[in-house]
Design a protein around this ligand. Structure first.
Ligand code: NAD
Ligand code: UDP
Length: 330
């Protein structure tokens, strides 16, 4: 059974990847410092997968500890999800964001190199794309005109990985550009559960549905979109997790660097999401319009064709299905 290290494996995306890996016969090993997740997730993952999950409470920047872990477990490949992701926080404390996101990646790459592990999947983001690009966004589209230190940290890491792939042909590097991951495992046992504040649309809608806040603020109603509200490509987290397994399955087929978008290729406006939520749950979501949020683009939709062609990956679930699974956590 192949060991796959999942950095940030206790977090939202990493934990769902762990489930997909187990389902597909891999042995995930979680490396996480629990800075934005909870140790209790491990028991939940064991309940879902019915397997013992090995995990280490380790900061990826801690090269000494990392070295010991790599010595102990032969590793086939690494899925690198660890990092900070709050855009607002990254503006307030950019040094900390670069230090953690870029620093942890460099420490990890160094350790992998020393242990002759040359297969890595990196969690990147749609935020690396320039916002004046033709839609849907394609992997070869222009990137780098980032709007905040979080996005810049992803862009810098992509550049580092590109240079690494060029300079050393032993590497198989996959960059996964996520669009808008939502929902949770169908059991509802695990979900997005950060220690810091939630910023995304769906978690806010959930809070309104749970009556923890009285209304949703919709950021802007004058975008050049179908109804004036922002349009995004929402992808079910289980689909996204399976996308990682699809990359792992093929990672030895071709060395060098490859980039994949992970989204559905369809866009939903904020108002459409609210309506779909109300329809599937029967819960009314009061909202009010406020001004645009700084840094938001009008529309972000990907072309997922490359992932279909090369990985045979395609999102199976639509927004309605994602909301049906969200009902389990209400
Ligand atoms: P998350 O915060 O839920 O998970 C990240 C995990 O990494 C957390 O468990 C945290 O404790 C851990 N971590 C952070 N720094 C670490 C370090 N130095 N050493 C060890 N562990 C560390 O976030 P997520 O939503 O699961 O995102 C995973 C990755 O995907 C991140 O890199 C994020 O930037 C990227 N991403 C997320 C989204 C999204 O909407 N969730 C979109 C695009 C890209
Ligand atoms: N959004 C909103 N109210 C919120 C959170 C988000 O209107 O409380 C909008 C936001 O402007 C964007 C869409 O919902 O158009 C998705 O935002 P999210 O933060 O979930 O993802 P991202 O900005 O990363 O695409």
């Amino acid at each position: 059974m192949r060991n796959v290290f999942v950095t940030g494996g206790a977090g939202f995306i990493g934990s769902h990847c762990v489930i997909s890996l187990v389902k597909n016969g891999y042995k995930p090993i979680i490396l996480d410092n629990f800075s934005n997740s909870h140790q209790s997730i491990i028991k939940k993952l064991e309940k879902i997968t019915k397997k013992k999950i090995i995990y280490y409470n380790v900061d990826i920047r801690d090269k000494k500890k990392l070295k010991l872990i790599f010595k102990k477990h032969p590793c086939y490949a690494v899925i690198h999800c660890a990092g900070f992701k709050a855009v607002g926080e990254s503006v307030e404390n950019s040094v900390c964001y670069f230090e953690n996101n870029v620093g942890s990646t460099l420490a990890l790459l160094e350790c992998m190199q020393k242990n002759k592990i040359y297969k890595i999947i990196f969690s990147s983001s749609a935020t690396v794309y320039d916002d004046d690009k033709a839609l849907p966004l394609k992997e070869n589209g222009k990137i780098g005109n980032t709007k905040n230190p979080y996005g810049t940290s992803k862009y810098i890491i992509e550049r580092i990985l590109k240079d690494l792939a060029k300079s050393d042909s032993r590497w198989s590097i996959r960059i996964a550009r996520y669009f808008n991951p939502i929902s949770n495992h169908p059991t509802g046992l695990i979900k997005e559960n950060p220690k810091g504040a939630l910023n995304n649309l769906i978690p806010y809608i959930v809070k309104v549905a749970q009556k923890k806040i009285s209304e949703l603020k919709i950021f802007g109603k004058d975008y050049n979109t179908k109804d004036g509200t922002g349009v995004r490509d929402y992808v079910h987290i289980m689909d996204l997790a399976d996308g990682h397994t699809a990359m792992i399955k093929k990672i030895s087929h071709k060395k060098g660097l490859k980039i994949y978008n992970f989204g559905t290729g369809k866009g939903w406006s904020v108002l459409e999401v609210v309506k779909a939520f109300e329809k599937q749950t029967g819960i009314s979501i009061p909202y009010k319009f406020t001004k645009r949020r700084k840094g938001d683009v009008a529309i972000s939709i990907c072309s997922p064709k490359k992932a279909l062609k090369e990985l045979n990956w395609k999102a199976k679930y639509d927004l309605d299905h994602a909301i049906i699974d969200i009902k389990k956590i209400l």
